[in-house]
Design a protein around this ligand. Structure first.
Ligand code: HEC
Length: 112
């Protein structure tokens, strides 16, 4: 009876130790810096593959460009993506807007 009890306990401990190892491993791989890209980097990639056919950077920095602030920029990115039938996630739109803002528009970003 006592033996079975200890066997059970040690088995339980081995299993929990393995589970903990797996959690630690997955946390490590998630935070691997080499794999991570910033929002701007992902935005640039998306923009360069999907949007550059109609837009040269000049469209963004010309004096009469239409976008007036950061929220407006998001709206335009969303509008062009929708027009092109891209089913972008909100995150994709945000990445491209971040990229365009960092690179060209340079609007202050409100963080509330
Ligand atoms: C088929 C051509 C075309 C493609 C491809 C396209 N756009 Fe546009 N985009 C336009 C046109 C035309 C306008 C001007 C709209 C207007 O003047 O009302 C515009 C305007 C914009 C503006 C506002 C520019 C300003 O005046 O400041 C942004 C930002 C923009 N697009 C982002 C994007 C993004 C991001 C993509 C990729 C998803 C994209 N566009 C792809 C045609 C395109």
């Amino acid at each position: 009876m006592k033996f079975t009890y200890w066997l059970f306990i040690s088995l339980f401990m081995v299993i929990t130790a393995q589970a903990a190892d797996k959690i630690i491993l997955s946390e490590k791989s998630n935070s691997s810096v080499a794999e991570r890209k910033t929002s701007e980097e992902r935005g640039k990639k998306l923009h360069d593959s999907e949007c550059i056919s109609c837009h040269t950077p000049k469209s963004y920095i010309s004096k009469d460009h239409k976008v007036k602030d950061f929220a407006h920029l998001n709206t335009f990115v969303q509008m062009c993506a929708t027009n092109l039938d891209k089913s972008w996630f909100e995150e994709d739109v945000a990445d491209v807007a971040n990229y365009l803002n960092t690179e060209y528009y340079k609007f202050p970003i409100k963080t509330e």
